[in-house]
Design a protein around this ligand. Sequence first.
Ligand code: SF4
Ligand code: SF4
Length: 212
Amino acid sequence: MGSVKDYFSSLGSGIASLLKGMQVTGKEFITPKITECYPENRETHKIPERFRAELRFIYDKDGNHRCIACGSCERACPNGTIHIDTKMVDTPAGTKKKKLDKYFYDLGSCTFCQMCVSVCPTTAIEFDNDFEQAVFTRSKLVKQLNYLPEKEEPAPTPEELAKAAAEREAKIAAAKAKAAAMKAAKEAAAAGTPAEGAPAQAAEKPETQENK
Ligand code: SF4
Ligand code: SF4
């Protein structure tokens, strides 16, 4: 008896589900259809702001980007779409600094997952919604994002040069002091082990024999 009740119960829920589906289909059937006449409507066609069409650098009004060449986006990309070349430059302080040389992005292999944007610590990259990216050659989909000329490192002031020289001298003096201390410790260790120990043992032995 229970199985007959279950049968009619599931039959009822099946019919209800079918009617619901037919309702959605019927509504779509009578809704007026819209056909986008692209490219004729290129001027009026609206693409959502958040549509991910292409990765790009964010430049400020002076044409500078914020990429620090940390490589986080390159490591986070699941399919090797990003390739970063770096270079070492001299800073006013007389030290070396890693900087971005070339930032390559292959639109042809991008899955638009946005993991690169999410991990960037300086918000240097973003997606724009320029969807018209069709080309005849695949190689043209590989783009260098840092296409604007790099800002030159500012020339060091005399104060900066003096400070850098003082820091360099201090480092050299510290290294020399450390080396001298290590050398002295080594010499002390060498002088205090087998050379001193051997005569001491030899002197103790005759005394022991005499006592016997
Ligand atoms: S959106 Fe995804 S696939 Fe495209 S470059 Fe960024 S991490 Fe790689
Ligand atoms: S774009 Fe961002 S995550 Fe990628 S290298 Fe530059 S700073 Fe690092």
